[in-house]
Design a protein around this ligand. Sequence first.
Ligand SMILES: *[C@@H]1O[C@H](CO)[C@@H](O)[C@H](O)[C@H]1NC(C)=O
Ligand SMILES: *[C@@H]1O[C@H](CO)[C@@H](O)[C@H](O)[C@H]1NC(C)=O
Ligand SMILES: *[C@@H]1O[C@H](CO)[C@@H](O)[C@H](O)[C@H]1NC(C)=O
Ligand SMILES: *[C@@H]1O[C@H](CO)[C@@H](O)[C@H](O)[C@H]1NC(C)=O
Length: 195
Amino acid sequence: MASNSSNGCLWNLCLSLFKLIVSLGITIFIFWLIFRPSKPKAFIESARLAQFNLTNVHKPNASLTYNLTLNLSVHNPNKRISFYYDYIEAQAQYDGTQFGLDSNFPAFFQHHKDTTVLYPKFMGRAVGLGSVVSTTFEREKREGFFYVDLMVYCKVRIKVMFFKFGHFKPKFGCRLKLAEKPDGGFERTKCDVDF
Ligand SMILES: *[C@@H]1O[C@H](CO)[C@@H](O)[C@H](O)[C@H]1NC(C)=O
Ligand SMILES: *[C@@H]1O[C@H](CO)[C@@H](O)[C@H](O)[C@H]1NC(C)=O
Ligand SMILES: *[C@@H]1O[C@H](CO)[C@@H](O)[C@H](O)[C@H]1NC(C)=O
Ligand SMILES: *[C@@H]1O[C@H](CO)[C@@H](O)[C@H](O)[C@H]1NC(C)=O
């Protein structure tokens, strides 16, 4: 008898726990429908390629000296949703090979409809980029434009009223067309956003 009643207790506990979880899930889903979040928008507003110099071209020790500074604007198009950007990492890639890394960004809170400008910087020397990079470099130098890919990886929490959800890991991908000459001009570039 005693074991039967404790079983019943356990069953009731399970049942109410189950009901709680289901109603919580439905509430979150309804909130989601009402506030339906839009993806952030990201643009490279300006870019400056002060140096992009590959030496030992076509050797295994080919090395790239680079100095690239960017203005990246991140916009929150939502009316009721804010974002916490807890972590941001920017990678610069050339011809599919990463050469630069910048994770030196402050965490920030972004209100609805706000725009935040970030300043990714890549300066240094990368070695061992391989001969495919050398071929692309020589061709693009001749043509006058280098194509560099910026990949930005974020860790974001969403805030709706006083509810917070997270983590989400949005990713921005931007293909930059950079003039070989430092004063060659730059066209504002839209980034692909993967949320
Ligand atoms: C980024 O914007 C600031 C002003 O907001 C400007 O002074 C700076 O030159 C820009 N940087 C680049 C790399 O264009
Ligand atoms: C990189 O270029 C910027 C101009 O865009 C310049 O102010 C800075 O001194 C350069 N840094 C290095 C390490 O060459
Ligand atoms: C590229 O680097 C080499 C070796 O460091 C140097 O002699 C050359 O002047 C550099 N070219 C440019 C355009 O910076
Ligand atoms: C790179 O390798 C070449 C031979 O493949 C050599 O002549 C050159 O000195 C090397 N440069 C550096 C900086 O190690």
